[in-house]
Design a protein around this ligand. Structure first.
Ligand SMILES: [Zn+2]
Length: 223
């Protein structure tokens, strides 16, 4: 890879461009079992550590390739696998509740796909029920699922909104994420205080009055 390519790669990462609403996955993404993936990543991460000059026979370091591999597949990036998507059973809206429902301060533990560094913050989700409602904790679980992928924040809010619109059978969904990116605070510009807000909505939230009601409820959330 020449220097020009490396420079373009850095620029793309610093600008956090994303080309697609869907997470770019290979066609064979789930042909291998989790155990096979952990074994392979363990090998490759060990090679990275070796290349950096680290002594893998050291007691403290010897288990690191396995720990990282297991953490990637089972924890940080479990949301890549559609088999791990939470089951979102809906209920009839028997109360006839037709006003805004807001689930706020949902923890975001994600990682940026350009640097594999943490994105931490909160999501706020609002919707106006039609005939269907879901259990409140299911919204938290869905947010957690989409967050646990290599992500860009713009795609994260889109994926959550699109899925909820389908499940709830209504366009009237709004999703906001406020988060800190460690790739902005710990490298590059090294800004410790800035955070990023993204907002996606559909249906009646295109109307400013609805958006304002939602934004007033969530307030100015510090991350
Ligand atoms: Zn990044």
């Amino acid at each position: 890879m020449n220097n020009k390519n490396n420079e373009q790669i850095e620029i793309l990462g610093d600008n956090h461009f994303s080309a697609n609403t869907e997470t770019p996955l290979r066609a064979d993404a789930f042909d291998k079992s989790d155990d096979e993936k952990i074994k392979n990543i363990q090998h490759h991460f060990g090679m990275i550590m070796k290349e950096m000059g680290l002594d893998l026979t050291d007691d403290s370091l010897s288990g690191t390739p396995y720990r990282v591999a297991k953490m990637y597949i089972k924890e940080l990036f479990y949301g890549l696998d559609p088999a791990n998507r939470p089951k979102l059973s809906t209920f009839n809206n028997k109360y006839g509740y037709k006003k805004m429902l807001v689930e706020q301060n949902i923890t975001i533990d994600s990682a940026c796909e350009h640097h594999f560094l943490p994105i931490v913050g909160h999501a706020h989700v609002g919707y106006i029920p039609k005939d269907k409602v879901i259990g409140l904790s299911k919204i938290n679980r869905l947010v957690d699922y989409y967050a646990h992928r290599p992500q860009v924040q713009e795609r994260l809010v889109l994926q959550i909104r699109n899925d909820l619109q389908k499940v709830l059978d209504t366009e009237d969904v709004i999703v906001s994420v406020c988060a800190k990116h460690l790739c902005v605070s710990s490298r590059g510009i090294k800004d410790k205080n800035s955070f990023t807000t993204t907002l996606e909505y559909g249906g009646c939230f295109a109307d400013k009055a609805y958006r304002d009601e939602f934004l007033t409820i969530i307030g100015q959330q510090a991350v």
